[in-house]
Ligand binder design. Structure first.
Ligand SMILES: *Cc1c(COP(=O)(O)O)cnc(C)c1O
Length: 457
C-alpha cells in the first residue's frame, strides 16, 4: 500500500446529484404537524416560510435530485473537499487502525454549512424572495448563509443567540462583512422576543428562542421575507450528502472501505451528509459500515431524549415533528460547542436510530477538548469544538482497535475548523471547563409540556 496522505478529487468529480435517504429508508417518514392544529402540515403552511422548490425537496422520495449548475459553480470555490488519512495521529496513538477524515473546514465559512446555505439562497432567489431571516447559535450557520445571500443578492437578518453575540464578536463581524444584519436574540423586534425580555430582561437566549424570532419575522412579512434553517429538515440533510458522495469516491482512491463512519450531531446535518451515502451502500449494496452519531453529554438528544412529537422551537410556531427531544423549552448549559445545542434532532436520523440503523454515543466536554488538542498537534488543524466530538469518538474507536489488536478503518467528518473558537480553547487550557451531564429528571419534567398529539403507534 502507498503512503499517500491526501486523497483529492478533480472539479469534474464534484457530485451532480444530492442523495435523498427517503427513497431507500426502511423506516417510513413520520408526519410533520401544524403547531396550532396538530394536523399534518400543508404545503400552503410551509410556503409562508420556504420557497416551493425546497418544500418539494422536503417531501420528495426521488432517490437523486440534480444539483443546479448555479449551485455547482459556487460549490467549486471549495469543493470537492479533501479526504486525509490521519497518519500522524495514528502514530501518536500507536493504533493499527486507519483513520480518515473528510475536511469540511476548508469552506469559506469554515464549516460544512455552505453546502446547504448556497442552494437555499439559490432557490429563494429563483422564487423571487428578496430577503431571508434566520437564527444562529455559535455563528457558523449565520456566516454560511451571509456569504450565500451575498452571492445571490439577497438581504439577510440573523437572530444570533445573545450569549454567542457577546462571546463571539468576530462571527458577527464576519456576517456583517457579507452584508447581513445581525441582532442579539431575544430582541425587541418581535412579539416573541419582547415577551421573553419582559419575563427575563437578562435572558441569555437560546436557539429555540432565536428560531421563533426569525420565523415570526418571516411569517409576518406578507411574503417579502422567507425563513432559512441550517439543519434538521430533510432538504438540508440532503444538500449535505455531497460530503458522503465525495468520501465514497475518495475511500475508493485510498483502496479501503470504512468499518465505521462518524459525525457529530447538533441537528444532524453533517452526520447525515457523510453517513447517508454509506447507509445507501449498507441497504442496497451489501456493505456493512457502522454509522456512529456523537453528541455532548450536556445536550444528549439521541441518547437521553424521548422519541416523541415535539415543537421545533420554543414559541411553538415552527412545525411539530417526531424526534428524540429534550423538550422545546430546553435552555442548554453553556457548553463550548454552540452548534450542538438544539433540543431535538433531524426526524430521519431519529427514525433510523430507533430502528437500529444508526448508533449514537454521548461524550464529555473535557475529554472532547483533549481529543481536539491531540488531533491539532498531530494533524495541524484546530478543529471546531463541535467536530471535536467526532474526533473523540474516532480516537476511542482507534484505541479500542489497538486494545483488541485489530485493523479497523475509521472515517470521520471534520465538520469545521475552530479558528473562531479560541475562547473555548482558552477556557479549556486554563482549566475552566467542567463536565456536565444533562439530568434525566430535567428531560422527564420537560416531557409534561409536549404537544398532545394523538397518533397511532
Ligand atoms: C452547526 C455545526 C454542527 C452541528 O450541526 P449539524 O446540523 O448537526 O451538522 C457541527 N459542526 C459544525 C462545525 C457546525 O458548524
Amino acid at each position: 500500500m502507498s503512503d499517500q496522505t491526501r486523497f483529492t478529487l478533480n472539479e469534474t468529480d464534484l457530485p451532480k446529484f444530492w442523495y435523498n435517504i427517503n427513497a431507500d429508508s426502511p423506516v417510513p417518514p413520520t408526519p410533520v404537524l401544524h403547531p396550532g392544529t396538530l394536523e399534518p402540515v400543508t404545503p400552503d403552511f410551509l410556503s409562508v416560510l420556504f420557497p416551493m422548490d425546497l418544500i418539494l425537496q422536503e417531501i420528495s422520495t426521488e432517490r437523486y435530485i440534480e444539483i443546479p449548475e448555479e449551485v455547482r459553480e459556487i460549490y467549486k470555490l471549495y469543493r470537492p473537499t479533501p479526504l486525509l488519512r490521519a497518519r500522524r495521529l495514528e502514530k501518536m496513538l500507536g493504533t493499527p487502525a486507519h483513520i480518515y477524515y473528510k475536511n469540511e473546514g476548508v469552506s469559506p465559512a469554515g464549516s460544512h454549512k455552505p453546502n446547504t446555505a448556497i442552494p437555499q439562497a439559490f432557490y429563494n432567489k429563483k422564487a423571487g424572495t428578496k430577503a431571508l431571516t434566520t437564527e444562529t447559535g455559535a455563528g457558523q450557520w449565520g456566516s454560511a448563509l451571509s456569504l450565500a445571500c451575498s452571492f445571490f443578492g439577497l438581504d439577510l437578518e440573523v437572530y444570533m443567540v445573545k450569549v454567542s453575540y457577546q462571546q463571539k464578536p468576530y462571527r458577527r463581524i464576519f456576517m456583517e462583512s457579507f452584508g447581513a444584519q445581525v441582532f442579539a436574540s431575544p430582541t425587541d423586534r418581535t412579539n416573541y422576543g419582547r415577551s421573553v425580555l419582559a419575563e427575563n430582561p437578562n435572558s441569555p437566549g437560546s436557539l429555540g428562542i432565536a428560531i421563533s424570532e426569525a420565523v415570526e419575522v418571516a411569517a409576518t412579512s406578507n411574503g417579502a421575507k422567507k425563513y432559512s434553517l441550517g439543519s434538521v429538515l430533510n432538504h438540508v440533510l440532503m444538500h449535505q450528502t455531497v460530503i458522503g458522495e465525495e468520501a465514497l469516491k475518495q475511500m475508493d482512491l485510498a483502496g479501503e472501505y470504512p468499518d465505521v463512519v462518524i459525525g457529530c450531531v447538533g441537528g444532524g446535518s453533517n452526520f447525515a451528509g457523510i453517513a447517508y451515502p454509506f447507509l445507501r451502500e449498507n441497504l442496497k449494496n451489501g456493505k456493512r459500515a457502522r454509522l456512529l452519531a456523537v453528541e455532548p453529554t450536556a445536550t444528549p438528544s439521541l441518547t437521553k431524549g424521548v422519541y416523541t412529537f415535539d415543537y421545533g422551537d420554543t414559541a411553538k410556531m415552527a412545525p411539530i415533528v417526531k424526534m428524540h427531544t429534550l423538550g422545546h423549552d430546553f435552555i442548554p448549559p453553556s457548553i463550548h460547542a454552540g452548534g450542538l445545542r438544539y433540543h431535538g434532532m433531524a426526524p430521519s436520523i431519529c427514525a433510523l436510530y430507533d430502528a437500529g440503523h444508526i448508533e449514537a454515543v454521548a461524550v464529555k466536554q473535557i475529554a472532547t477538548f483533549e481529543a481536539a488538542i491531540q488531533f491539532a498537534r498531530a494533524e495541524g488543524i484546530i478543529p471546531a469544538p463541535e467536530s471535536a466530538h467526532a474526533i473523540r469518538a474516532a480516537i476511542d474507536e482507534a484505541l479500542d482497535a489497538k486494545a483488541k489488536d485489530e485493523k479497523r478503518v475509521i472515517l470521520f467528518n471534520l465538520s469545521g475548523n475552530g479558528n473562531f473558537d479560541m475562547t473555548a480553547y482558552e477556557s479549556y487550557m486554563s482549566g475552566k471547563l467542567e463536565d456536565y451531564e444533562y439530568p434525566a429528571e430535567a428531560v422527564k419534567e420537560a416531557m409534561k409540556k409536549l404537544p398532545k398529539v394523538e397518533m397511532p403507534a
